[in-house]
Design a protein around this ligand. Structure first.
Ligand code: GLC
Ligand code: CA
Length: 491
């Protein structure tokens, strides 16, 4: 039997922003439980929660101070256990975010286990490696006179994955969560977890980050897979880059490393048919027919796609959703994608993130009421609310809404397995038109342009159209598409 994640739709939740249950303006785990019925109705297979661990909040969860507990703002371990149980009762699995590359500088290990980090003598950078803010990746610690390595902020010292003790500790951390019923992990920067030991090695990639030691990265991935196998059915979905050496397929190892690779390209691309075919084509080529990738258009790191791709035009958002949910492999929806939630303009005085990513992290828009259905009416949420005219309540019972379209697309991936898992084969189409065959009998076409167009050579029934009046239309040879219209046709 195929594993549960093949062709699955995952739903990413930024826990601080999904649903507040206790009126402090911060989303929490009990809030997610409250909204599980929405997610079951939507039809998603699993939730990926951004880090839920106690954190010093220099990077909102990505600077972990304890890998085996829950951030007090989000609740308790009991709340997490309850979320796992309640989700499972609705057929939904829970994935956590594993952050193995670095801890917080407030993690007790940074004081008690100095050798679990990477140090050099003195205050000078030993090389040209850069960190997330394009400064040196080395920070001097005056308490010991040495400098430590950090791929991201100075508050996020990199763990030294050459240490066998670090590897053993993470084996225990994975096992701990698997035993609690966690269905798998999204693994932050999985393809780069072990850094080169050779400090003279040149910095990697366009951002000149610390270079990985690939052989050791693979060794670590195999260890994690080993732990996962002991529990059965657990997913390792690792963040990878298309330019990672050896190609994406290398990260599957001999079927003993990652289950799914998660490249980034779509989340930063433009909505041009040519560009998208280039991205999807090169990811597919890089997979070399082995396994599949996870596709995602919005996330907690990038500009939400309805803004990046749609400039507020709902037709574009709908075409993009159809294109996305018409891709082979795993699709990840970011909370709010299903209603076409756009980027929020967060004024500087309300900013919480050092890298300006707040605009994609504002509270879920449940209803057009004070508090947005996210928190109590008189409470100021931790980040400001966006445009509440776009909300779940107003779209839920409207068969023509974006939310209904999204739900029907997810259901269609189940009805037409080709849509979820069939081979991707681009079709020659007029400029600005995205068209591909999926398996033997499904065709996905999206007119990503402002001009009406025609595609010839398509036969079958329109199974789903962004213009819902066209659902069920018979296509005999020529398919007409209005600007920004998309359809799934199957014979
Ligand atoms: C990953 C996360 C990002 C975070 C960074 C540092 O790229 O997606 O949000 O800031 O890692 O942990
Ligand atoms: Ca709360």
């Amino acid at each position: 039997m195929a594993p549960w994640w093949e062709g699955a739709v995952l739903y990413q939740i930024y826990p601080r922003s999904f649903q507040d249950s206790n009126g402090d303006g911060i989303g929490d785990l009990a809030g997610i439980v409250r909204r599980l019925d929405h997610l079951a109705w939507l039809g998603v297979d699993a939730l990926w929660l951004n880090p839920t661990y106690p954190s010093a909040d220099a990077d909102w969860g990505y600077d972990v101070v304890d890998y085996t507990d829950v951030h007090p703002d989000l609740g308790t371990l009991t709340d997490l256990d309850r979320l796992i149980a309640e989700a499972s009762a609705r057929g939904i699995r829970i994935l956590l975010d594993l952050v193995p590359g670095h801890t917080s500088d407030r993690h007790p290990w940074f004081r008690t286990r100095r050798d679990w980090y990477t140090w050099v003598a003195g205050a000078e950078s030993p090389n040209d490696w850069l960190c997330g803010s394009a400064a040196s990746a080395w920070t001097h610690d005056p308490t010991c006179g040495r400098s430590y390595l950090h791929t991201f902020r100075p508050e996020q010292p990199d763990l030294n994955w050459w240490s066998e003790e670090v590897r053993e500790e993470f084996d225990r951390i994975l096992a701990y969560w698997f035993a609690r019923g966690v269905a798998g992990f999204r693994i932050d920067a999985a393809a780069r977890v072990v850094k080169s030991r050779d400090l003279a090695a040149p910095a990697a990639g366009p951002w000149l980050r610390p270079p990985p030691d690939l052989a050791e990265v693979h060794a670590v991935l195999r260890r994690w897979r080993n732990v996962a196998e002991r529990y059965g059915d657990r997913l390792l979905l690792g963040q990878t880059w298309i330019e990672d050496a050896g190609g994406l397929s290398a990260f599957f190892g001999e079927n003993d490393e990652l289950h799914i690779v998660h490249p980034f390209a779509l989340s930063v691309s433009q909505l041009y048919a040519l560009v998208l075919h280039e991205i999807v084509g090169s990811v597919e080529a890089s997979l070399q027919g082995r396994g599949s990738a996870a596709w995602q258009a919005s996330s907690h790191d990038v500009i939400r796609f309805p803004t990046r791709w749609g400039a507020g035009d709902e037709r574009r958002t709908r075409a993009a959703l159809m294109l996305l949910l018409g891709l082979r492999g795993t699709v990840i929806l970011y909370y709010g994608d299903e209603i076409g939630m756009s980027q929020t303009n967060v004024p500087a005085r309300r900013a919480r993130d050092h890298w300006g990513r707040d605009g994609c992290r504002t509270p879920m828009q449940w209803a057009d009421v004070p508090g947005g259905g996210f928190t109590d009416p008189d409470v100021e949420p931790w980040l400001p609310l966006g445009d509440l005219r776009v909300n779940v309540e107003s779209q839920r019972d409207d068969p023509a809404s974006t939310l209904s379209l999204c739900r029907d697309l997810i259901a269609l991936r189940r009805q037409l397995p080709e849509l979820a898992t069939g081979c991707y084969e681009p079709i020659k189409a007029p400029p600005g038109v995205w068209a591909c065959r999926r398996g033997e009998r499904v065709v996905v076409v999206a007119n990503l342009s402002g001009a009406a167009t025609r595609l010839t050579g398509v036969e079958g029934t329109v199974r789903l159209a962004t213009e819902r009046a066209r659902d069920g239309e018979i296509v005999k040879g020529a398919l007409r598409l209005e600007p920004w219209e998309a359809v799934v046709v199957a014979d």
